[in-house]
Design a protein around this ligand. Structure first.
Ligand code: SAM
Length: 353
């Protein structure tokens, strides 16, 4: 499994390259691609004190929270009727009883044809796991995902009949765990539509149909046998997929789509989010999305590294941001103290029980 953590710095903006764990952590500043300007530009983030001109600090430089960002419009992705089609050309792997597509194979097949957003080619060419405003990292499984999965069992978090959102889902493993835990509904959101189509949806499907039926049986035979001796029966049935919805797009856009859609929408009991607070420029949009979509008695479980070198975000900065907004109370419920510290944070509305 690959946990590269590469960012690019705009050469004019900052020539310093932070390194962490021997990996390249350079950040390229937000920029618009054609795909990412499907919707008009908006400012994101909080208003951070007075400044000589809007969006600048006292030196006239853009403040992180007021940089103009280009946001992707929101879109709902239908689940194809032919579930095996979703698994076509995928190579499956398994960890902690979860199936997920091999990302390198997805990258190769996307480079051939399905890279409609151009994120695979851009990520490969720039050797970057993150191109802010263009590609936000969903082609990898990030390590805090597994921290959160471990936490669910340690803390005995129950998903039964709950409505759950996996926000910034990437591979969608958190949502899939909730689905296997008999959640009443699970929604998945990722910034990039390619991630939803090529990774999240196939992963959800692979975990909801019997292994034997897609291991060369149901599909075109191109899916590879996962490393197990006997085909396993899926803990979820394909019916569980009818409780799922899949969305791509920027957070504010997705929450607007959900709240204004004519499909009935009830707020989430649980919002799960892993490695989504690396960029302080997005804190305003993320905070407001959580505030709009969480049920008044709901909980957010957020997993993050202490600090994201090169991008500037991290758990303490986000905690401070949330405190200043006075909407949520936060508590750190687990610290993983191996190398760079990682954290699990619980959030609830200040006035909730
Ligand atoms: N949660 C996954 C994991 O732990 O493997 C993926 C983490 S990836 C580093 C960050 C994810 O946050 C991206 O997949 C993207 O979907 C989401 N994201 C980041 N910024 C976003 C934004 N401004 N709007 C919508 N989604 C965003």
């Amino acid at each position: 499994m690959d946990f590269r953590f590469n960012f690019f710095i705009d050469e004019n903006e900052n020539n310093k390259a932070d390194t962490h764990d021997g990996m390249d952590s350079r950040l390229r500043s937000p920029k618009c691609s054609q795909e990412s300007t499907e919707k008009s530009e908006q400012t994101a983030g909080p208003v951070a004190g007075s400044s000589p001109r809007p969006g600048t600090d006292k030196h006239g430089d853009e403040t992180p929270s007021k940089k103009k960002l280009c946001f992707k419009a929101a879109k709902e992705h239908d689940i194809p009727e032919d579930l095996y089609k979703v698994l076509e050309n995928k190579v499956m792997e398994r960890a902690s009883d979860l199936y997920y597509v091999n990302m390198s194979v997805v990258e190769m097949t996307c480079l051939d044809d399905a890279d409609r957003e151009g994120i695979v080619s851009q990520s490969v060419t720039s050797h970057s796991d993150l191109i802010p405003g263009v590609y936000e990292g969903g082609l990898k499984i990030w390590e805090c995902t597994f921290d959160l999965i471990d936490f669910f069992s340690e803390a005995e978090i129950r998903f039964t009949n709950k409505s759950v959102l996996d926000l910034g889902c990437g591979a969608g493993l958190l949502g899939i765990v909730a689905l296997k835990g008999k959640a009443g509904k699970v929604h998945f959101q990722d910034y990039n539509s390619t991630v939803i189509d090529e990774i999240t949806l196939p992963n959800a499907v692979a975990n909801c149909v019997d292994e034997g039926s897609w291991m060369g049986g149901g599909g075109d035979g191109k899916t590879h046998k996962p490393p197990s001796k006997r085909p396993k029966k899926a803990e979820c049935s394909p019916d569980a997929l009818t409780t799922c919805r899949f969305f791509s797009g920027e957070w504010s856009e997705v929450s607007q789509l959900l709240l204004s859609s004519n499909k009935p929408f009830s707020k989430y009991d649980i919002i799960l989010t892993s490695e989504t607070i690396y960029n302080p420029d997005y804190y305003g949009a993320l905070h407001d999305t959580l505030a709009k979509l969480l049920d008044k008695h709901g909980r957010v479980y957020l997993a993050s590294k202490a600090h994201y070198f090169g991008v500037g975000g991290g758990i303490h900065l986000f905690e401070k941001f949330v405190e200043e907004r006075k909407v949520f109370k936060t508590s750190i419920v687990k610290i993983i103290d191996k190398g760079l510290q990682r954290y699990i944070m619980e959030m609830a509305f200040k006035d909730s029980s």
